[in-house]
Design a protein around this ligand. Structure first.
Ligand code: NAD
Length: 523
């Protein structure tokens, strides 16, 4: 097995200092700098494409097709999308729905980089989950230290090479290592920690970050349910859910952890699952060239332990080989939500099926097994899918499919509750590393208008202020709509009469009229 040269622990603070100092030069804030770095990353990846395909083959037995689809091509497209849209994303945003008075101060949101950030990657999609967030960090103008997963050794090495050869060395550093090196990284003060991995480690990261009030993005896992109602198409459900478990040998955070199937459709679904198996892997999984392996022995043993502890019945598969880390996609019919295959996230090719009597029972079980999974997969009619979504929570969901939502490059991706916090991809990648800084500019000519804000406070000033500032509800106490053009115009007339005259009255009158008129248009 290839080995990875870990960064000496004493060098970890140096990596932090380097990117911290670079951020404070303000050079990475320049749009031109960010775009150039993204361009360099693009070509760095392109040039190392063969090495990346080879690395994922060695680490996870991934086929070149899968690695291109879910890793290299994925990040390349993300980079191009970001370069194309960066100027637009980085532009100031005007405050919404403000009065003319406030508009005089040009209220706006300025997009500032958060600063020097730490990105910790996971092993299952080692490139996508490490460089994907980096695209967002560069785009936002942050500097970063990247800590690839030490479990995907070959991918970690090539990523380090790309970053060293392509990017500004003071702005982007790689730290290689496991727990001691990551712990040393967590001892440094970051402006954001972007972590992808298990919930257990997520808690360690969160606790450590809390000590220095460091914000975190946590991309965690979950026990994702697929729900197949009696009205679902069994063929489609079988093919699509099997696809979601064959990819990367089920080592996918969003793949379904278990399937709840209406008893009425169970025989048809199982039959179609067999058909799909024969179609996708005609000579069996062991001879399927595009079927990979479990990342390492520790994970293989964990999966084996889960399978050995089930009280369910193996219907398809079950073959394993410790020496090659092969694990056959294995369908198990279980009889309880407490089965070992449902209690934990398998993160592997286990396909437990729990028969249920109704959609309502399925939803009850799903909410009990994991109230906030990362993904959820309803199969059935439109109305049934809508009902399931309305009674559950999850990071995302694919209706009538396995994790398709996660493959849409411009769709925000992230968890909820125990499956994580924060999101990225598309514009969200830029936003994840950006501080939305509120800015106003008070021109000197408004001093006259602002006179009422200065002490001493008087009733007359309060009255003036209220007439200028207060919005009026367009509903009464019972929630009934109120107002009409004539009513508002009359209201405005009385306000003008109560005012003290002068320029501010005119401005306030126009502001009130504009706000009221807008209400009328909207309603
Ligand atoms: P992991 O938590 O074991 O490791 C992830 C990272 O955390 C690695 O870089 C590792 O070095 C670091 N790490 C491990 N132990 C640590 C410790 N004690 N202190 C500090 N850092 C530590 O996760 P994994 O095994 O690589 O990934 C599997 C998990 O990640 C699954 O739960 C899966 O669902 C989840 N996951 C989530 C997403 C997502 O996008 N939401 C993507 C992939 C994986």
């Amino acid at each position: 097995m290839a080995s990875l040269t870990y960064t000496p622990v004493e060098n970890v603070p140096i990596a932090h200092h380097t990117v911290y100092n670079k951020f404070h030069t303000n050079e990475t804030r320049k749009l031109q700098f960010r775009i150039r770095q993204l361009q360099k990353l693009y070509w760095g990846l392109k040039d190392e494409e063969p090495a990346l395909l080879e690395a994922c083959k060695l680490d996870l037995g991934k086929s070149a097709f899968e690695t291109y689809l879910t890793e290299v091509g994925w990040v390349l497209n993300d980079i191009l999308f970001m370069i194309k849209n960066l100027k637009r994303f980085a532009k100031d945003e005007k405050a919404e729905d403000t009065s003319l008075m406030n508009m005089a101060m040009s209220p706006k949101i300025r997009k500032d980089p958060l600063g020097a950030v730490l990105i910790i990657g996971a092993y299952n999609f080692p490139i996508q989950l490490t460089l994907g967030p980096l695209v967002g960090a560069i785009a936002a103008g942050c500097t970063a230290v990247i800590k690839p997963s030490e479990n995907a050794v070959n991918a970690a090495k090539i990523m380090e090479k790309i970053i060293k050869n392509s990017l500004d060395q003071n702005a982007y550093q790689v730290v290689q290592g496991g727990v001691p090196e990551t712990t040393a990284l967590l001892d440094c003060k970051w402006d954001l920690i972007f972590y992808t991995g298990s919930a257990n480690v997520g808690k360690i990261i969160s606790k450590k970050a809390a000590e220095t009030l460091t914000p975190v993005v946590l991309e965690l896992g979950g026990k994702n349910p697929a729900i197949i109602t009696k009205n679902a198409d069994p063929r489609l459900a079988a093919r699509r859910l099997l696809w979601a478990k064959l990819m990367n040998v089920g080592q996918v955070c969003v793949s379904q952890n278990y399937i709840l199937v209406d008893k009425e459709i169970l025989p048809a679904f199982l039959k179609q699952l067999e058909v799909a198996f024969k179609e996708f892997q005609p000579k069996g999984a062991e001879s399927a060239e595009d079927y990979g392996k479990v990342i390492n022995e520790r994970q293989w043993l964990r999966l084996k332990q889960m399978l050995d502890s089930t009280s369910g019945k193996i219907l398809i598969g079950g073959k394993t080989n410790q020496s090659t880390l092969f694990f056959e996609p294995t369908v198990v019919q279980v009889s309880s939500p407490d089965d070992s295959l449902l209690k934990d996230e398998s993160f592997g090719p286990l396909i437990p099926i729990l028969p249920v009597n109704s959609l309502d029972e399925a939803v009850r079980i799903a909410n009990k097994v994991d109230p906030t999974p990362l993904g959820l997969y309803p199969f059935g009619t439109k109305a049934e899918a809508a009902k399931i979504l309305s009674m559950t929570r999850s990071g995302g969901a694919s209706i009538n499919d396995g994790f398709f939502h996660a493959s849409i490059p411009t769709l925000e991706f992230g968890g909820v509750g125990d499956s994580g916090q924060g999101a990225y991809r598309g514009k969200a990648s830029f936003d994840a590393f950006t501080h939305r800084r509120a800015i106003t500019t008070t021109p000197s000519w408004v001093e006259g208008l602002l006179a009422i804000r200065y002490p001493p406070y008087t009733n007359a000033k309060l009255k003036q202020f209220r007439s200028m500032n207060d919005s009026k509800p367009n509903f009464d106490r019972n929630g009934r709509p109120t107002g009409g053009l004539v009513w508002w115009v009359l209201g405005l007339g009385s306000k003008s009469a109560a005012g003290a005259g002068g320029r501010w009255v005119l401005v306030a009158a126009i502001a009130v009229l504009a706000a009221r008129y807008k209400d009328l248009i909207v309603n």
